[in-house]
Write a protein that binds this ligand. Sequence first.
Ligand code: SAH
Length: 226
Amino acid sequence: MSGTAIMGITDEMSMQRLRMIEQLRGTHRIVDERVLEAMSAVPRHLFVPEAIKSQAYKDNALPISSGQTISQPFIVARMTELLELKGQEKVLEIGAGSGYQTAILASLARKVFAIERLDTLAHEAERRLASLGFRNVDLKAGDGTNGWDAYMPYDAILVAAGGPEIPAPLVKQLKIGGRLVIPVGDDRKSQMLTRVTRTESGNKVKNFGPCAFVPLIGEHGWEANG
Ligand code: SAH
């Protein structure tokens, strides 16, 4: 492929990315400029399978490998905005999948610890993030519903899969004043986007509307074969 042809693809992707940002700002009312900035810098098309690269900037969830999905850009923006990151935080992410949400968090916080249940996805995400130059991410394969106690307490925790309840270990690993954003619902397919803020006197819980994530599978989530 000639240099100009490569340039052409890159330009087309940048333009689509800009349109995605306009949609996040206009239609979805995302107001945190740092979140919009991070999403305009991270090349989402490098996180989806080659065959569906051209759809990377549509406002949809898309299939990645192992039957999982990369979340819809709007939901990535919304969940990240709800964490209220300013730049110095230590963040825990559960359900790293393609690593796209991880990259957004790593652009906005000091350090990200990420857990992905499926080995193949975890290794792919780790490689992808390293090749894009993210140095402030530690990613491991495992059950994230138990959190990652070696590095607790966290300023913010994001769970990118839907569970039946708020996993108790995650709340325990939050700092006072820390935020946990997680989709919670009684069936495996639909949830309510929920934010828990840990305070001196207990937990403040607030709902932010319906959403649909792949199931959170693990000790404090759903059973693997349900
Ligand atoms: N944020 C991801 C979305 C991936 S979908 C992205 O941007 O691509 C949710 C992911 O959660 C899946 O990859 C699934 O394997 C993972 N998952 C489900 N249960 C988990 C658990 N208990 N611990 C860690 N990851 C889990």
